[in-house]
Design a protein around this ligand. Sequence first.
Ligand code: SAM
Length: 292
Amino acid sequence: MPTSAPVNPSLADAAHYGPQLGDAEFEFIRHVVGENAGIVLGPNKRQLVQGRLARRLRELGLPTYEAYCNYLREAGPEELVGLINAITTNVTSFFRENHHFEALASYMLPEAMKRNIASRRLRIWSAGCSTGEAPHCIGMVAGEALPASPRWDFKILATDIDSDVIAAASSGVYPIDRMSSVSPERLRRFFQKGSGDHEGAAIAKPELRSMITFRTLNLLHQWPMKGPFDVIFCRNVMIYFDQTTREKLVNRFAEMLAPGGYLCIGHSESIHAGSAPFKLVGKTIYRRNGGV
Ligand SMILES: C[S@@+](CC[C@H](N)C(=O)[O-])C[C@H]1O[C@@H](n2cnc3c(N)ncnc32)[C@H](O)[C@@H]1O
């Protein structure tokens, strides 16, 4: 899956041609997406929704958005996946907001190793990982930072609500022209050249792939994992949610983190001081209170 090429169809092909999204249907879709994914679609997002759903209508052979909304009502949860996969914004790239990966190498992993020296267990969660660039970057950094022997029990959980991006991420296949921010040394160590169907692509090597578990997970739902995590990356995801949902989520992340663990959020996101047990310790890096 291309790194920053949208998984969703371009807006251009559907914004002005084909079926038009009417008021009632837009309101219904906004409501369903808000209730089920937490994604707030403002009144100015009509063209975006129309553009992103156009391909879905074509796939289903439905002539109008009215027909699509009726289909959504009848199909229920089954089509909810199709709707949410079409609506999500999945833009990401390798080593996006690189200061988080530098901090991971320079103090997050060393502190976690000190804290967990007895169990030799380290856990990182990449929440809202899209096509998997962030968890692969975390894996590369950890592969360099952790000693080969004695081994650490190191695992990355990578989740997203969108099942299409999780399928793409699990393949570990990336077009090479999207990997300019991965150093030649890292490319050599952690990726192999694709051939045949994967000509022109880089494929994550088993060492890297084995660190990461990809799962579909809606952050608004119950979380099946117990934690604790040493670091949570949830970057450029909460930006789509309303303030109440963000605050609840940040508190749930705190419960999932080990005391002294870190939460990394996106460049335009912030956590209100006093609303959660976190201290800002770096650019969009929060440390969970407690611990050593
Ligand atoms: C813009 S991408 C961010 C990708 C990556 N974290 C980054 O910063 O490069 C936002 C991701 O959040 C996911 N997302 C949106 N709502 C979600 C929800 N309720 N639960 C889990 N993931 C969600 C989307 O599917 C999308 O892949």
